[in-house]
Design a protein around this ligand. Structure first.
Ligand code: ATP
Length: 444
């Protein structure tokens, strides 16, 4: 049995090891790398794109598909100033920025460990007075660059749900309590991006606005805090690295009567994966006032009109993918050798299986390729015929593939293959004709 080395959050090298692995194995590349990279932007490579998709699909299944009360939306990224005027982002979506007069670096005041000391050069009392810096990316839509052409890249997906509230109510059968969910890119001109994909200027969010009767808002706030916390646990984030932290009164946004963050224990400490907020009727009222549209619910039976209150679970897809990577990473000692393994839940793992012919001889690669083609109809399946089998197993362990299927010379005789389990490394002989069903059952 393998011995597990402690690679919890306490390992100071863990962060670098994981970042290196993601580059080496094609999860995440620095963007525009052949031109020297581009300020905290990243490209998701062949494995990263699968990981990210799996995170988003797991969220979508739990938030939309498995429920009857949440519908989907994909709103535009480009949006006119009116939206952000009404939402309050133009006036107050700002972070306090300070400059160090010694080393000229800029920092977000609220994220400094000691607001008196520059973390870059160590100077004390060298900061300028804080300035409020708006995080929205402004651009021009159309060929004439005047004020009427001003547009913004959305800094959150949430406003798409509020400005489509009436459309959804008028065109579908939803009735409160119901939710509108969206996954998509958001953009923030972060003052201090960093910690790999944790904070970037372009990122993906998974957000849902749950519209309910004002009297039920407190109940649904609790409900969504529980639901969202469980989602991470259920997908394999260990309990000791996850916590739900309620905001103190002085942390709350002016419109929020309650916010809790789901936090993960990153190598640098606890940090946010998702915020669940009780936003009251702030957003619908703001958009009703600015647009002149009635944004409310009409209860025909009771002949009552009311403005729904909103509970918002807002998560980051890219940040969550990073947390899954960090939680999955393990190093083990196996018969004197070090093995690196990503213990992803099979739903999160980029590839679900890999087919590995024992040798490159055509009598093995032929049927092995056929088996891989069959499995690919069900799920993402890798195929690898290079190097010694042991190294191929290690490679699959390192990218988190739950099962390796080896086609060997005996397979030609007995019509069976060896299926190896990533975590236990145990091997089982399974008939070729049964492999798809066997894996489907194991993968759930
Ligand atoms: P922070 O305090 O870290 O700046 P926030 O509280 O402003 O984040 P929200 O506006 O609540 O974040 O956004 C919801 C989620 O979107 C966050 O919990 C996070 O997972 C994700 N997110 C926000 N900003 C970024 C970013 N710059 N890069 C990656 N993910 C982000």
């Amino acid at each position: 049995m393998a011995e597990v080395t402690d690679v919890g959050h306490s390992d100071p090298e863990l962060f670098d090891k994981i970042v290196n692995l993601t580059k080496r194995r094609g999860f995440v590349y620095p963007s525009a790398e052949i031109y020297g990279g581009f300020r905290s932007t990243y490209d998701y490579g062949p494995l990263g794109v699968l990981l990210l998709r799996n995170v988003k699909e797991a969220w979508w299944r739990s938030m939309v598909q498995y429920r009857g009360d949440v519908v989907g939306l994909d709103a535009s990224i480009l949006s006119p100033p009116a939206v952000w005027e009404a939402s309050g982002h133009l006036a107050s979506f700002t972070d306090p920025l300070v400059d160090c007069t010694q080393c000229k670096n800029r920092f977000r005041l609220d994220k400094l460990e000691d607001p008196e000391v520059c973390p870059s050069c160590g100077a004390r009392g060298s900061f300028t007075e804080p300035r409020q810096f708006n995080l929205m990316f402004e651009t021009q839509a159309g060929p004439v660059a005047d004020a009427t052409a001003t547009a913004y890249l959305r800094p959150e997906t949430a406003q798409g749900m509020f400005i489509n509230f009436k459309n959804v109510v008028d065109t579908t059968r939803v009735r409160p309590p119901f939710g509108i969910a969206q996954i998509g890119k958001s953009f923030r001109n972060e003052i201090t991006p960093g910690q790999f994909v944790f904070r970037t200027r372009e990122f993906e969010q998974m957000e849902m606005e749950y519209f309910c009767h004002p009297d039920e808002a407190a109940k649904y706030y609790e409900y969504w805090c529980d639901e969202r916390f469980s989602w991470y646990l259920e997908l394999g984030i260990p309990e000791e690295r996850l916590r739900l932290r309620a905001h103190d009164a002085d942390e709350l946004s002016h419109y929020s009567s309650g916010t809790s963050d789901v936090e993960f224990l990153f190598p640098w400490g606890w940090d946010e994966l998702e915020g669940i907020a009780n936003r009251g009727d702030y957003d619908l009222r703001q958009h009703a006032e600015h647009s002149g549209e009635r944004l409310e619910w009409y209860d025909q039976a009771a002949n009552e009109r009311w403005v729904p209150h909103v509970i918002e679970p807002a998560a980051g897809a890219t940040r969550t993918a990073m947390a899954f990577l960090m939680a999955a990473y393990a190093e083990e000692e196996v018969r004197g050798d070090k093995r690196v393994v990503l213990r992803f839940d099979p739903r999160i793992a980029p590839y679900k299986a890999a087919v590995l012919p024992l040798s490159k001889k055509p009598e093995l690669t032929g049927p092995a390729s056929e088996l891989a083609a069959e499995l690919r109809r069900e799920f993402m399946c890798d195929y690898d015929e290079t190097q010694a089998i042991g190294r191929r197993y290690r490679r699959q362990d390192e990218i988190g593939t739950p099962y390796c299927v080896t086609y060997d010379f005996d397979s030609l005789e007995d019509g069976a293959v060896t299926v190896r389990d990533r975590d236990s490394m145990e091997q089982e002989r399974v008939a070729v004709s049964e492999v798809a069903a066997y894996l489907a059952e194991k993968l759930g």
